[in-house]
Design a binder for this molecule. Structure first.
Ligand code: ZN
Ligand code: ZN
Length: 606
């Protein structure tokens, strides 16, 4: 449940990294939104670009079958790529080749949508080169090697009849021993944190292999020879996973014995800014974004102080307010959090609110919606339930006919105390903000609009800061336009929620670049940002296992806010909320920095 939600609509790399984060069974990653048709090209150069970007994507699927599989293309899924030096040099050669081809293009001959596609293609290649040559996560992140995700996806997705899928899987699992052998060879000075994560993931890998064995045994379509092969290959695969764990335990022992052997999990001041530039694609640097987050935090706390003082007599009765601002805000939030739905009403209430939000957005005319593509609110399918949660599941670019779901995991599996903690966190006000963020007019509405200027490139390689930035921006836009009747309680809870995004950005930079430690981080998250100890512990873990992604929410949000103010200044009386929202989303998931140039430039044409 705890948004910010890292699992949404990403390319294969992020999906794998995040499958790693779920630390057990890799949940099938949510794939990209439906958007397969390119816009109609007008000139020869534009037709050439369309052909070239298609050729790139097809070539990418051939060289990276796992990325293809996560995008919904399964032709190569019978092959498990061996993560060895030869594969890495082939990928680097691929990057070099395509960088040269894209460098030869003249941006000026392209329309707006193709220019932003080109930005994303070039950035994708630059990111891949950075990973292969500079970041080299394959050498220090043992959790980047996991066989469960693709197998699970091939078992759960009906892309072909079951016997055909099982035969593809029979081929794939043959490569598992060589896969882990290559992993052991590649690993050199791993981090302790990622080593421990990889060990914790091993049972998830084994359970997916067990599940595959169960399905294979139950299948009537396999020949006796195929069944025997399944048995042999599965036991070899299980042994390979066990051997990998033994190897990783050896690495931990070496870390204990040899000070300095473990690589620090912190990215450091040299790597972090480079990764930030490639991933966030902001006009601001990492350091400037951090400074902006500190300022935003101070503004939020000042606003929360005002709101909490105003609410104090009504909410807290005759007690004297504490002089410490953080204590005062924290006590009011704590008391307000007692207002929440009953455990059994969690799912029905979300379902009810989505309809209400859609109706409200229509009456206020804030952004157009598409009644022909309704959002289906449902309980999360059992096999996808890892953590309590709610989030959008959109069909991949190759399955536009599929529905978009808003999955809500019911609280059934939680103890009474755990359920109470979730319900207090998603209290009366925050639950509404969550639904705005995830669904209307957040991620779901954004998908509907992105599909109107369909771009396979931006669907596959869209900018995460734009995607999260819009969802965070939409929360504020709704409240500004009257959702919640300007109640101080609603604004106070919005501030708390927004402070989470801002604090994510501060934490990420402070930990990875400035060396902030765990105790200081816990204080930042709990006392200074009003999070529960449980939420703070999960966040600390996340920041030790990922970098930069935590800044995407604040970076995207603050850049969209700045763009809106610039647009308002440019248009004066002619500024309309709906026009701004729809124009912003019409560029697909291009980076906000690229959208800004196009939106504010009066000479830019389609
Ligand atoms: Zn309660
Ligand atoms: Zn989100």
């Amino acid at each position: 449940m705890s948004p910010p939600h890292p699992l949404r609509r990403r390319g294969a790399r992020a999906a794998l990294a995040l499958a790693a984060l779920s630390a057990g069974l890799a949940v099938a990653p949510l794939s990209a939104p439906a958007a397969p048709q390119p816009t109609t090209p007008h000139t020869a150069a534009q037709r050439d670009f369309t052909a070239l970007s298609r050729a790139f994507v097809e070539a990418l699927w051939r060289i990276d079958p796992d990325a293809a599989l996560y995008a919904g293309r399964y032709e190569g899924s019978g092959r498990l790529p061996r993560p060895d030096a030869a594969t890495r040099s082939a990928r680097l050669a691929f990057v070099t080749d395509w960088q040269a081809r894209l460098a030869a293009l003249d941006d000026a001959t392209l329309g707006i949508h193709q220019r932003t596609d080109l930005v994303q293609l070039r950035n994708k290649l630059a990111q891949d080169r950075f990973e292969l040559e500079v970041l080299r996560e394959h050498s220090w992140n043992p959790a980047s090697y996991s066989v469960a995700g693709p197998i699970d996806l091939m078992l759960q997705t009906r892309f072909a009849p079951e016997p055909q899928r099982l035969r593809l899987l029979l081929r794939r699992i043959e490569g598992i021993p060589a896969y882990y052998e290559a992993a052991r060879q590649a690993i050199d000075r791993p981090t302790r944190e990622h080593t421990e994560l990889a060990i914790a993931q091993a049972p998830g890998n084994q359970s997916v292999l067990n599940e595959l064995g169960r399905v294979a045994r139950a299948s009537k379509a396999l020949s006796p020879g195929e069944r025997r092969l399944f048995k042999t290959r599965l036991s070899n695969a299980e042994a390979a996973v066990d051997a990998y764990v033994v190897f990783l335990r050896g690495q931990l022992q070496r870390m204990d014995a040899e000070p300095g052997y473990a690589r620090p999990f912190r990215l450091g001041g040299a790597l972090y800014p480079q990764k930030f530039n490639l991933e966030i694609q902001s006009k601001r640097t990492a350091a400037q974004t951090y400074e902006a987050a500190l300022q935003a935090r101070e503004q939020l706390l000042a606003q929360m102080d005002d709101l909490a003082r105003g609410l104090w007599p009504r909410v807290m009765g005759g007690a004297n307010p504490p002089t410490d601002r953080l204590a005062l805000i924290g006590q009011v939030i704590d008391r307000l959090s007692e207002r929440h739905v009953a455990r059994a009403d969690f799912y029905p209430e979300i379902r009810r609110q989505i309809a209400e939000l859609q109706d409200w957005v229509r009456r206020k005319d804030l952004i157009s919606q598409d009644p022909r593509k309704p959002l289906v609110v449902r309980e999360t399918p059992v096999y996808q339930r890892g953590v309590a949660g709610a989030g959008i599941e959109a069909p991949g670019p190759y399955r536009p006919q599929d529905r978009t779901y808003y999955n809500v995991t019911p609280l059934d599996d939680l103890s009474p105390a755990q359920a109470e903690s979730v319900l207090r966190e998603y209290n009366h006000w925050i639950l509404q903000i969550l639904n705005i963020h995830e669904a209307v007019p957040g991620h779901y509405t954004q998908l509907v609009h992105a599909n109107r200027s369909p771009s396979l490139v931006k669907t596959l390689f869209g900018n995460g800061a734009m995607i999260e930035g819009w969802a965070v921006f939409s929360e504020r836009m709704m409240l500004e336009n009257g959702w919640g009747d300007q109640a101080p309680e609603m604004w106070l809870m919005w501030c708390k929620w927004n402070l989470r995004s801002v604090t994510n950005a501060i934490l990420d930079y402070a930990v990875h670049v400035q060396g902030m430690g765990e105790a200081e981080a816990m204080d930042l998250l709990t006392r200074q940002a009003f999070q529960t100890p449980q939420e703070a512990r999960e966040k600390w873990r996340r920041v030790t296992l990922t970098s930069v992604q935590l800044t995407s929410y604040f970076s995207g949000y603050s850049e969209i806010m700045a763009l809106r103010e610039a647009r308002r200044a440019q248009l004066g009386d002619r500024f309309r909320v709906k026009d701004f929202n729809e124009q912003l989303l019409s560029y697909g998931n291009a980076p906000v920095s690229a959208i800004r140039s196009l939106m504010l430039d009066p000479t830019a044409t389609q």
